[in-house]
Design a binder for this molecule. Structure first.
Ligand code: URA
Length: 459
């Protein structure tokens, strides 16, 4: 039971925190309980988050915040793998990142239990729950008992974070997204790890994306954040691995909620973009490795490819949607979920080669189209987005289509079209940006990156 504090105490605590007062589980839980009871306004909770983001937290404080996020009624997690480990994955987010939609059914098709608790869009990066909400009828909010029941009958479940499962993360997530409190290592780590602890995962693979358009600026910062995530997960008894991935170009071809679900389905049919394939395979391999440490990597890759080739992974996806009440007809018919009212083609203004695609500008364009939120009350258009027509390095003639921009009638797509036209760069030579291949890192590789004592952790 958390002792209730008043708003004056909470504001005093925010000021003290700014001047170095140590954040404890008790204090963080009191702030969150006061907000939950209506005694602290959203803007006051945002001030608390901004103070944490600006000051950073020490490792022990990040552990304290994660505990507080899990809430006062925390019990033993209900989800259990029945002797088999429950594996989860989580990405720090990036433009076009639809890996969850691919790897959850793919890994489950190998007989491994995957229970994934996902989030919504954060800043300019889309979120899995927003993407899946473009599937009509799909239910995503479950209680702990319902999650456990789902996993008892099915190997793949994707659910939404909720006030019951992770009250602290649920209260703070949306506020962070619209108040400039997204790029903070302790806030990211507490948000992600609390969700993984809440579902009772045994093992987790973190996908830490870096580069403009991601939450993390560069590979060095991604390495440090991976260290924090792995160490924080270990503190809660999770077996963790991480993959560092280059998010400076969009992942795959589609950016936008329904469009990304459609691209994931295409991938499961064996029609995947190369970059998306490399990333999904890297993540899936690590997820299988944490569940089956004895299995040789080459054999894991073989099993994963055959799960796509045989259609087994797509069947798991369809089964999962059906079990969660979702309309699967667009998958079965093959015409997809994305039904925009307006489409605009972006054409090459000159001949040359596609030398770069700015994830940041594509993400900004998607926000302008309504694929994500700028204000807390914004309503997402599930059918808004962008589809890139040409891969990096491809030769184009003047007038060739580089991308398609789509949205609902009544949205002014002009600014987004301009952003997309600038984001897809066409140069006179074939040398183009080559994104770094995804790199798997283990705890031993990244543990040393987390300062132990008094140093605050920043991205
Ligand atoms: N995903 C989350 O759930 N939280 C973050 O802070 C970042 C990515």
């Amino acid at each position: 039971m958390t002792d209730m504090i008043g708003v004056d105490d909470a504001l005093e605590h925010i000021e003290r925190l700014r001047h170095g007062e140590v954040l404890t589980t008790e204090r963080a839980a009191q702030v969150l309980a006061l907000h939950r009871a209506g005694g602290l306004a959203d803007y006051q909770l945002s001030a608390w988050l901004a103070t944490i983001a600006a000051r950073g937290l020490r490792f022990t404080e990040t552990v304290a915040l994660t505990r507080a996020y899990l809430g006062p009624d925390r019990r033993e997690p209900a989800v259990r793998g029945g002797g088999r480990p429950v594996v989860d994955k989580h990405s720090t987010g990036g433009i076009g990142d639809k890996t969850t939609l691919v790897v959850v059914p793919l890994v489950a098709a190998l007989g491994i239990r995957v229970c994934k608790l996902s989030g919504r869009g954060l800043g300019i990066a889309g979120g899995t729950i927003d993407k899946l909400e473009s599937v009509p009828g799909l239910r995503l909010e479950f209680t702990e008992a319902e999650l456990a029941a789902r996993l008892a009958t099915d190997d793949a479940v994707i659910g939404s974070f909720s006030g019951e499962l992770v009250p602290g993360d649920t209260a703070t997530y949306g506020l962070r997204s619209v108040s400039g409190c997204v790029r903070s290592a302790p806030l990211i780590a507490a948000s992600i790890v609390s969700k993984k602890v809440a579902v009772g995962a045994d093992a987790v693979v973190f996908d830490v994306r870096y580069g403009a358009g991601s939450l993390v600026p560069d590979r060095g910062a991604a390495h440090r954040l991976a260290g924090l995530l792995v160490r924080l997960g270990a503190e809660f008894g999770l077996r963790c691995r991480a993959v560092l991935s280059d998010g400076s170009v969009p992942l795959g071809r589609a950016v936008g909620n329904a469009a990304e679900v459609d691209e994931a389905v295409d991938f499961l049919r064996g029609r995947g973009d190369r970059g998306l394939a490399a990333e999904c395979e890297a993540l899936a391999v690590q997820m299988v490795r944490v569940a089956e440490p004895e299995e040789p990597e080459a054999r894991i890759r073989e099993r994963l490819r055959s799960a796509v080739g045989s259609g087994a992974a797509l069947s798991v996806f369809v089964r999962m949607l059906t079990a969660q009440g979702g309309d699967t007809a667009p998958v079965l018919r093959g015409d997809g979920y994305c039904r925009p009212e307006v489409r605009t083609l972006v054409r090459a203004r000159r001949a040359g080669w596609v030398t770069d695609v700015s994830a940041l500008d594509i993400g900004r364009a998607a926000l302008k189209l309504g694929a994500g939120k700028v204000f807390a009350g914004d309503v997402i258009d599930p059918h808004a987005g962008i589809r890139l027509a040409r891969p990096l390095g491809e030769r184009v003639a003047e007038g060739d289509v580089l991308a398609e921009v789509f949205h609902r009638a009544g949205t002014d797509g002009g600014a987004a079209v301009e952003l997309v036209a600038g984001a897809v760069r066409v140069g006179p030579r074939s040398e183009c940006r080559v994104p770094r291949a995804p790199e798997a890192v283990s705890g031993a590789d990244v543990f040393g990156d987390v300062p132990d004592g008094t140093g605050a952790v920043h991205v």
